[in-house]
Design a binder for this molecule. Structure first.
Ligand SMILES: C[S@@+](CC[C@H](N)C(=O)[O-])C[C@H]1O[C@@H](n2cnc3c(N)ncnc32)[C@H](O)[C@@H]1O
Length: 295
């Protein structure tokens, strides 16, 4: 499972068009301009008007599906690390929590796991199911809320994997409680999140000291929903629920999980050239927790 490379990515991703690929254009200058649009107040207004449990991704399902296929640099940084943390999944019953269009479910299915993908967006699940029809891996996709997981039985899974979705869900305590309920004792919970220290409300890039590109985090401690001003990003289109690193960690500890590993992937080599911002700060964080407490 280690070192998954672009050559091992599924056909859809390998043959994906490069439109929207930030590639070599992702220079510090490009980063700067991407964060310049003054739309924050407008976005905040939209936040208030949007009920918490609206499946927001239904409105952007096609865009998100294409986006996933066009961001190979991010994928190359995070997916191998997520799968490395997941380990050998052959024969295991796994839940892909907030699976979206199912690309992580398919990685796990190809590695021999029995996967149930859960998501709130029927449109993204439709894309996932269509892919399952074309290339069957035995993956089941179910419409459900990650905050309850009401379609999954108690202690029914050996592991839960979630890729870049926990920031989309308002009640993290409820998610952790639901995940704990469906996991067997000693089962794992592996997830990636946007790094809460660097993807915080109104975080942006500034150029300082002439040409030094610097990440600015104006407010880390305030836990709230926020929207990126970059409307070409996921967080510009659906927003995110910011919570501090200690909230993530303490919520899991209180629920009876034990931290086994933590990773902040850094872009090196060619990837570091393509995405220089990923070489200076970690945009993502991956954690592996074990369901160690009593039920
Ligand atoms: C950034 S996408 C990540 C999707 C997928 N894990 C991936 O790697 O592409 C976030 C996903 O969370 C889902 N989601 C948001 N709130 C949810 C909830 N309460 N229950 C289940 N899924 C939810 C969205 O529909 C969306 O598919």
């Amino acid at each position: 499972m280690t070192g998954m490379t672009a050559a091992r990515l599924p056909p859809r991703q390998r043959s994906a068009p490069q439109a929207g690929h930030r590639g070599p254009a992702a220079t510090p200058l490009a980063i700067r301009s991407a964060f310049r649009a003054p739309e924050l107040d407008q976005r905040r207004k939209a936040t208030k008007e949007t009920p918490a449990m609206t499946p927001r991704y239904d409105a952007i399902a096609e865009w998100y599906d294409a986006h996933i296929q066009s961001i190979q640099p991010s994928e190359a940084l995070i997916v191998p690390e997520l799968l490395r943390m997941t380990g050998d999944v052959q024969g295991l019953h796994l839940c892909d929590l907030a699976c979206g269009q199912g690309h992580i479910s398919r990685h796990l299915g190809r590695a021999g796991a029995h996967v149930t993908g859960i998501d709130l967006s029927s449109k993204l699940l439709g894309i996932a199911q269509e892919e399952e029809r074309r290339f069957p891996l035995g993956i089941r996709y179910q419409l459900d809320d990650a905050q309850t997981l009401s379609s999954l039985a108690d202690q029914s899974h050996s592991g839960c994997v979630s890729n870049l979705a926990l920031m989309d869900i308002p009640n993290f305590t409820a998610v952790v409680s639901a995940v704990k309920r469906v996991l067997k004792p000693e089962a794992f919970f592996v997830f990636s999140i946007t790094h809460p220290c660097f993807q915080a409300p109104e975080a942006h890039w500034e150029v300082r000291d002439g040409d030094r590109v610097t990440r600015v985090i104006p407010e880390y401690f305030q836990e709230r929903e926020w929207w990126s001003v970059n409307t070409e990003s996921v967080r510009g289109r659906v927003g995110a629920h910011h919570r501090t690193l200690s909230t993530y960690i303490n919520t899991l500890i209180r629920a009876g999980f034990t931290l086994e590993a933590i990773s902040e992937p850094q872009a090196t080599g060619e990837l570091g050239t393509i995405k220089p911002e990923f070489a200076t700060i970690p945009p993502f964080m991956v954690m592996r927790w074990i369901n160690a407490g009593t039920h």
